[in-house]
Design a protein around this ligand. Structure first.
Ligand SMILES: [Zn+2]
Length: 97
């Protein structure tokens, strides 16, 4: 069973690298300009590169990530998206017969 500290890391409340409490910030704190007005992130106050996005329902997209982990998550997301797209195409062919 996961303890409270682990849950706080998974929910983005604590930075898994620096172990400090995160802050809710707008996209100008991440990108230097507010490219995504109304979109928020949880950011580590120690190292600005540690952050994660917040969904519109207010929950984080997961634990904070550094640059390397973010790249890995993108690759994983793209693989996932391609697989689902392929399944959709297959499904459309079957249902259109
Ligand atoms: Zn950090």
């Amino acid at each position: 069973m996961l303890n409270d500290y682990t849950m706080e890391m998974i929910e983005g409340k604590v930075c898994p690298y620096c172990r400090c409490e995160t802050k809710k910030v707008s996209s100008d704190r991440i990108y230097g300009k507010d490219y995504f007005p109304g979109k928020f992130f949880l950011q580590c106050p120690e190292i600005k590169e540690h952050y994660v996005g917040i969904r519109f329902d207010g929950k984080s997209l997961g634990s904070l990530a550094n640059k390397e982990l973010r790249e890995l998550r993108k690759v994983d997301f793209n693989t996932f998206a391609v697989r689902h797209y392929a399944q959709d195409i297959k499904h459309q062919k079957i249902t259109s017969l």
